[in-house]
Design a protein around this ligand. Sequence first.
Ligand SMILES: O=C(O)CCC(=O)C(=O)O
Ligand SMILES: [Fe+2]
Length: 368
Amino acid sequence: MNASQDPTPAGRLHDLLHPEVLAAFDRDFFEREGYWVWEGVLTDAGQQHWTASLQKLQRMNDAIVVGTDWAAIDYASCGLPEPAPDQTTPEFLAACCGGSEQMRFMPPELRAYMYEHGLFRTGITSVAEDFEWQGMMPEYFPLAYDDFILDVTTSHPQMMELFGQLLGERFLIDHCLMLNRPAGSRGRRWHAHPYRQGQYEVESETGDGHALTTQFLAQQCVRTLCYPEGMGLGDGGGELAVIPGSHLYRIPYRWNSTRTEYDDEMQTNWIAGKIHAFTGEPLRIERLSLSPGSMVSFVHHMPHHVGHRDLDAPTRWGLLMAYRTPDPKASPAQWNEGTPIHWAERVEAADRLTPAMRRIFEGDDPSA
Ligand SMILES: O=C(O)CCC(=O)C(=O)O
Ligand SMILES: [Fe+2]
């Protein structure tokens, strides 16, 4: 595909990223350590737009949470469990607002149903007066609700250059979530992620370390987190921590099991005895601290942790953008599994699916 054939969105912010930060990417460091910090990569305007979009999307998500009559949905006809009555009261729903991972009324089945089928199709009329409901919550697919986020996650040349440096010429969306961490957010305990559904993993979830290698995987999923207002020590807690070099063990740590480990347990249960494949040095935890306008990218086999946010901390704004290389053995499919098909088909039918967007959403083997 030739990106120059793409229409330029009317409102595109051309100077989104600082080109010199993009150009400073060090492939050797990334492959060896498993992560890369794009320090201060957003321009001032990029930072402002990014924060404003995440704040707007959070308000939309909150409006849907409190404005929907969740008890009135015919769950049985969708094959879904009924929510507990005490989880659909106005008080309960009000406590599910203000940030990500707060929607405790939403069972995993309902989240999956929205993604796969789209709930209500279009139009939650009571709440969506100033925007159109897209079948799933803004938190779980923010690009469907905001043109700036759609552009930066699918089309913007500077962002596509950034992802291309990480993943090579062709990459597909794996998932894109808001991770706005409000005061009191509990973060995520130590874990890593598999490529696709885990069918190529050579180690179990906890692993015995036999696959340690200095080779970088070609079939790769890379998470990029953008923190437009920064993320770090002293800004209210809940930092992201990684273990440089730990991706070379290829252990998709606790991707599918309960995660309970804080740093001490991780040190004893997993890190002890493990070494960096390049240097032979013992592995160690690194807590990241990123200035405003920064992003960090890290590979899916790298265990990572997000701490608790202080009870009086301001919300930390964050967007997770995960992309992967195509799977050469995947069956032909029109859309990849990171794309809500009902949404992509509506966009396509409305003639709004550009070649750039198709490149991100199409199947690994799009010949279907
Ligand atoms: O919450 C965050 O800021 C990052 C979390 C994350 O990337 C993850 O757990 O995959
Ligand atoms: Fe994670």
